[in-house]
Every structure is written in structure tokens, then in C-alpha cells.
Design a protein around this ligand. Structure first.
Ligand code: 2RA
Length: 340
């Protein structure tokens, strides 16, 4: 006995990971369908040992389906998520379309699973941005102990956050640098990404922030605590998968770095790797394919009254997108939905 599950956007990087993770975690599935745009219809996609052929999202009837994991981008979500919701199928959406709607829960299960009850408002649950998801997993247990006042975060975000085009551009540009005549001009990114870093992710806002930076502020407030002040600098780096973050935290109460390590060691979703020796920390290449948010380099920040600094790394396609969506589906299944 399980659920009838839809994965919309199944041919993309996140959609494929959703199917992998549903199978890996043995999510109770009675029936599953992979949806894609008409041009990708019939594409074969793995689901555990099985192979699914994608069906057309545009003509799909959501009636009788329990949960739909959406990884289709805001434009398509705007059209198809309300259709699914109206048919009684709960949507877990990876786009940013509904994240800031106060009637829609924005969930990271390790942080605010209780907010899931709000799903009934619109039959939609939002999945956060990748850079926020891993950061709030790290912040939550520390906030519970010493109350966070302010966070300063700098991100080092992989090209897979920009989708397949981002991955392809880093790959072809890197090769092109060594092969005369095969140089690749920037297209997906605003400047060369191979052997470079770019301090822009998403569009610029009037404030001078980028939208990615604004998302980290707005989403941290919604998921964790509206009183926490956040300032972010988001940077694209020539890494295929895995986002890294240097996080400086100012607390109301003093928190010793060793106690912070003990708290993080016990916290859900976190693996602490912090040896204070060469290589005694995690880099993005080591987190690929994992579920954990890795924390390293925990240390006192003596430039503020009660400060700590740390390094946080996670697989952006997993905890930053597909894994978090499947975890939300697990909470929904355990707390809210009846099995079919
Ligand atoms: C990025 N945060 O890394 C985006 C993806 N959601 O570009």
C-alpha cells in the first residue's frame, strides 16, 4: 500500500534525481508516472530497476494521483501546478513561484516540518532554493541553542544549479581553452565560467542584490525565523555539482566552537567533518551523490561579540532540490495522507 506519485520535469537533472531518490529511499509507491514536455515524450528514464517512458505533462489528468513532485520551472509550474492541485493531487514544487506566498508552506524537514499542515490551504508545498536549504539545516540546531541575530554568507555555487546548459557550458568552455579554434563564448553565464568565478547568480534587483541573494534572505526568514538578519553574496564557481558556503553567524548568547561541533554532530541531516588539519574538511567533489549537509571549519569569530564561522557543503541537486522534495513527500505521507 502506497501512493500514486507523479514526477513532472522527469528528463531534467532534478527530475531524474527525484526518481533516483524515491527509489533509493523506497518511498511507498503504488504507481508512478514520469512527465515531460511534449518534445521529450517517450524518453526512457530509470526508476530503480524499472524504466519509465515519459508522458506529456500538457495532457496529463492528475485526477486520482496523490503527490506530484514538480521540477519544471516557474512558467510551466504556473500552468500545471494549479491543475494538479484542483484535481486533489498535492504538489511539491521546486520552482520559486510559490515560495514567498504566505499561504503556502516552504519546508526543509529538518527545520520546519510542522509547517506542512498548511499544505491544505492550496494543496501546494514549496521546496526552497538550493543555497538556502543547506544553510538552514546548519543554522537550525545552533539557533535553538544560542539564538542567531545575524548571518553573513558567501556562496560558491556549482554550475548544475543553472541546469544542463550550465553543465554543458563549463564542460565545452574548459575543453575549448585547450583546443585552438574551439573556444566557447559565454552564453548561459554572463562571463567565462571555465577557470573563473562570477559574482552573479540570477538577475539584479533595484537594491543591487541579485535575486539569488534576496532568496537566501527571504527564505531563511520564512523557514527558520523572521528575526534573523541575513546578508548574502552568491558566486558561481567552475564546479559541476555541490554548493559550498562560508557562513559567519552572530548569536545573542555565547556559543563555544567545541559545543557548536557537538551540537552539529548530533543534528539531523548533518555530517561534521572538522579535523583542523590539511584535508580535514569537506569539498564539493566529496559530497556528490550524498544526502548529508557537511559542516567543516567550525571556529570562533572574535570580530563580533558572540560569533562563529563555518564551512557548509552539500549536493545541490539532492539536499538542495530533489532530496528535500522527497523528504517533504515523506513527511506528507507520514503525517497527512492516507495510503491508497
Ligand atoms: C542556482 N540556486 O544555483 C540556483 C538553482 N536553484 O543557480
Amino acid at each position: 500500500m502506497g501512493y500514486k506519485v507523479v514526477v513532472a520535469g522527469a528528463t531534467g537533472n532534478v527530475g531524474r534525481e527525484m526518481l533516483n531518490i524515491l527509489a533509493e529511499r523506497e518511498f511507498p509507491v503504488d504507481e508512478i508516472v514520469a512527465l515531460a514536455s511534449r518534445k521529450s515524450m517517450g524518453t526512457e528514464i530509470s526508476f530503480g530497476e524499472k524504466t519509465l517512458k515519459t508522458k506529456d505533462l500538457d495532457t496529463f489528468d492528475f485526477t486520482g494521483w496523490d503527490i506530484a513532485l514538480f521540477a519544471v520551472g516557474s512558467e510551466a509550474t504556473k500552468i500545471y501546478a494549479p491543475k494538479a492541485a484542483a484535481a486533489g493531487c498535492v504538489v511539491i514544487d521546486n520552482s520559486s513561484l510559490y515560495r514567498y506566498d504566505p499561504a503556502i508552506p516552504l519546508i526543509v524537514p529538518e527545520v520546519n516540518a510542522d509547517a506542512i499542515e498548511m499544505y491544505k490551504n492550496k494543496m501546494i508545498i514549496a521546496n526552497p532554493n538550493c543555497s538556502t536549504a543547506q544553510m538552514v539545516v546548519a543554522l537550525k540546531p545552533l539557533h535553538d541553542r544560542a539564538r542567531i541575530k545575524r548571518v553573513v554568507v558567501s556562496t560558491y555555487q556549482s554550475v548544475s544549479g543553472a541546469g544542463k546548459e550550465g553543465i554543458d557550458e563549463l564542460w565545452s568552455q574548459t575543453k575549448g581553452i585547450y583546443v585552438p579554434g574551439q573556444e566557447v563564448a559565454p552564453k548561459k553565464f554572463s562571463k567565462q565560467i571555465a577557470f573563473n568565478v562570477i559574482p552573479q547568480i540570477d538577475v539584479f534587483l533595484d537594491s543591487g542584490e541579485t535575486k539569488e541573494e534576496w532568496k537566501m534572505v527571504a527564505e531563511t526568514k520564512k523557514i527558520l525565523d523572521p528575526k534573523i538578519k541575513v546578508v548574502a553574496t552568491c558566486v558561481r564557481v567552475p564546479v559541476f555539482v555541490g554548493h559550498s558556503e562560508a557562513i559567519n553567524i552572530e548569536f545573542e548568547d555565547f556559543l563555544d566552537w567545541e559545543e557548536a561541533q557537538d551540537i552539529l554532530r548530533e543534528a539531523p541531516g548533518i555530517l561534521l567533518v572538522d579535523k583542523r588539519e590539511p584535508g580535514g574538511y569537506i569539498t564539493p567533489i566529496e559530497c556528490v551523490g550524498d544526502y548529508a549537509t557537511y559542516i567543516s571549519r567550525v571556529r570562533q569569530d572574535s570580530t563580533v561579540e558572540n560569533g562563529l564561522s563555518l564551512w557548509c557543503v552539500s549536493d545541490n541537486l539532492r539536499k538542495g532540490a530533489a532530496l528535500n522534495a522527497v523528504q517533504i513527500a515523506e513527511v506528507l505521507g507520514n503525517r497527512c495522507l492516507k495510503k491508497g
